[in-house]
Write a protein that binds this ligand. Structure first.
Ligand code: B12
Ligand code: SF4
Length: 520
């Protein structure tokens, strides 16, 4: 969300609380990418390495610090979700971007004092091709395990520091296992995806399956540190052990069985593809049975639905439906959803809408598919996202999405999906609140959730009626600073208690000379 609209207290305390650290200021559990980079450095022989969260940098960095590595997932808030939400709620930097800018300020000051070098990498580093931060010495694209240790070693030896480095793809037997606990038990089981969609940054990566022994080693590291859950990192869990995009039933099921046998409790995974589910429904059902997904309900992997238009599908993602034909895409999605629900999975579908040549007819076909899903009563969330021209993809030459240039019917599709998502949440609310121990808290949550969803429905209607132009009204709100926090609370309470539409109170409208809060 835009920084303007979510007070810092909410972010710092509730949504992005500080990471726990040990006495040396090192993160107890860290993002998986950083654990991989750390393991690669140690394997290379560079042992004086610490993974430190931003809040502890000033204590951890000192005169002996030679290189600081930064991982970036969405540094300027240009990813599909951040772009959509900032665009729809009046623009301005997303919180990701604000935190990244603050990290930059902090590092710039420390660098002036201690003269170390900064290397920044990670899946979101492509965003620096639009805005290059001046405090970064080297932008590192691609995989880190081979070339980052070489770069650090070269910096330590006093060689010139390159402005950019392209990390090579790492052969599977050279990917080191993590040596310290990853966040929420993350463990990677596949790398890359061979489906080759034009808009996807995973496409350039070569597809690999990580051997079971290496996976066991990483789970053991996490479990020894007290982690019971396993979050499987993959672009499609059914690619595990696959050959030529054909599901390998035995490999996929024995992966889950191995994790379960090691004591994995809540076994989640990031992504799965609908065609793989449809190709071998029994595989996902057996995996669900072993993992007990019916018992640990709430598994919502992100699954690509993308479009209902066969024309758009053929042009931008022709291999995505394999082994089915692009014309069968609708049936694949509907069938896979039924199977996933049966396996205890509630998919969270994302759609890519707004290719430059996408017409209202294409969007109408997408609406048709969504309507069939709704009619089927599927337990599946659907989020239409704008297409982003990620600079490492084949559509990098496309323009960034803008409110004015989205297809007219986008707003109808969006409203339809949001209303469905809300209906689904309401339907699932009794299960969600049913887990709460305190009956009073349960009733209060139910009451507020009900009121808030009525208000949200009205917000959605406004987006639809105005074809998104209501976003310009939100542009004027600044809910930061102390008065901003109070006003936000007032706004939310008013919306949830009275079910009032979330409109901009006239007194909130900011003029250039009069800001209501700190603002970004
Ligand atoms: C787990 C995950 C998450 C988790 C946790 C992230 C975390 N920090 O632990 C959650 C759910 C929070 C998440 C959120 C988001 N995610 Co995410 N996420 C993933 C997922 C599934 C796995 C990430 C991972 O651990 N990969 C394995 C590691 C080993 O690979 P890696 O991260 O690329 O790291 C390698 C290199 O990038 C490099 N590297 C990484 N860091 C560094 C640092 C240095 C110094 C160097 C030299 C190298 C280097 O070396 C590493 C080893 O080779 C990926 C999909 C994927 N295939 O990676 C999506 C993915 C990275 N996420 C994505 C997106 C868009 C997001 C969001 C922006 C979604 C949104 N809201 O719009 C948010 C942003 C979160 C944020 N903090 O800003 C996209 C990024 C697309 C892009 N290229 O921009 C991906 C690729 C999914 C996709 N298919 O589209 N995500
Ligand atoms: S199927 Fe998904 S991960 Fe694979 S290339 Fe297409 S969008 Fe990327």
């Amino acid at each position: 969300m835009p920084t303007r609209l979510v007070p810092r207290t909410f972010m710092d305390r509730l949504l992005a609380p500080a990471v726990r650290t040990n006495r040396s200021h090192e993160a107890i559990a860290a993002p998986y990418a950083l654990r991989k980079v750390e393991a690669a450095l140690v394997q290379y022989g560079i042992n004086d390495v610490a993974v430190v969260p931003p809040e502890h940098l000033s204590e951890a960095i000192g005169a002996r610090t030679r290189v600081v590595g930064v991982t970036a997932h969405d540094p300027f808030g240009l990813s599909p979700v951040s772009t959509k939400l900032t665009m729809m709620f009046g623009g301005g930097p997303a919180w990701n971007a604000t935190y990244f800018a603050e990290l930059g300020e902090q590092l710039r000051a420390l660098k002036a004092r201690y003269h170390f070098r900064i290397v920044a990498g990670g899946p979101g580093i492509w965003q620096t091709s639009y805005i290059r931060p001046d405090w970064v010495d080297t932008i590192f694209q691609g995989e880190g395990e081979i070339d980052f240790p070489l770069l650090v070693s070269s910096i330590l030896s006093g060689f010139p520091v390159p402005a950019t480095v392209q990390g090579r793809t790492v052969p599977v037997d050279q990917i080191p296992s993590i040596i310290h606990r990853s966040r929420i038990g993350e463990v990677q089981v596949t790398r890359g995806c061979p489906r080759g969609c034009e808009f996807c940054s995973i496409t350039p990566e070569k597809y690999r399956t990580i051997p079971l022994d290496a996976i066991r080693r990483e789970i053991a590291v996490n479990m020894a540190a007290g982690e019971r859950n396993v979050e499987i990192v993959t672009d499609d869990i059914l690619l595990y052990g696959a050959k030529k995009l054909r599901t390998n039933h035995d490999a996929a099921v024995s992966l889950i069985q191995t994790i379960k046998d090691m004591g994995g409790e809540n076994i989640g995974f990031a992504h799965v593809s609908a065609p793989a589910v449809q190709e071998s429904p029994q595989t996902i059902l057996d995996m669900g049975h072993v993992a007990e997904w019916d018992k640990y309900r709430g598994l919502t992997p992100v699954v690509g639905l993308e479009t209902g238009s066969t024309r758009v599908f053929r042009k931008y993602m022709p291999a995505k439906s394999f082994p089915f034909k692009p014309e069968q895409w609708g049936e694949v999605i509907l069938g896979a959803t039924v199977t996933m629900n049966e396996a205890g999975i509630d998919p969270c579908y994302t759609m890519t809408i707004g290719f430059p040549d996408e017409t209202d007819k294409d969007v109408e076909e997408s609406m048709g598919l969504v309507q069939r899903m709704i009619d089927q009563g599927a337990r599946a969330y659907i989020f239409p996202l704008p297409v982003i021209p990620i600079s490492t993809t084949r559509i990098r030459g496309n323009p960034m999405p803008e409110l004015e240039h989205l297809p007219e019917r986008y707003w109808d599709l969006l409203t339809m999906c949001w209303k469905w998502d809300l209906r689904l949440t309401r339907r699932m609310l009794p299960t969600i609140v049913g887990r709460m121990q305190n009956p009073a808290a349960r009733r209060v949550t139910e009451y507020f959730a009900e009121r808030l969803s009525t208000s949200l429905e009205r917000v959605f209607d406004k987006f639809q009626e105005s074809h998104g132009h209501v976003a310009y009204t939100y542009r004027q709100i600044h809910a930061t600073g102390v008065s901003g926090v109070l006003k936000s609370l007032f706004f939310l309470i008013q919306a949830s208690v009275r079910g009032a539409p979330l409109e901009t109170p006239a007194s909130w409208i900011e003029t250039p000379a009069h800001s209501l809060g700190g603002g970004a």
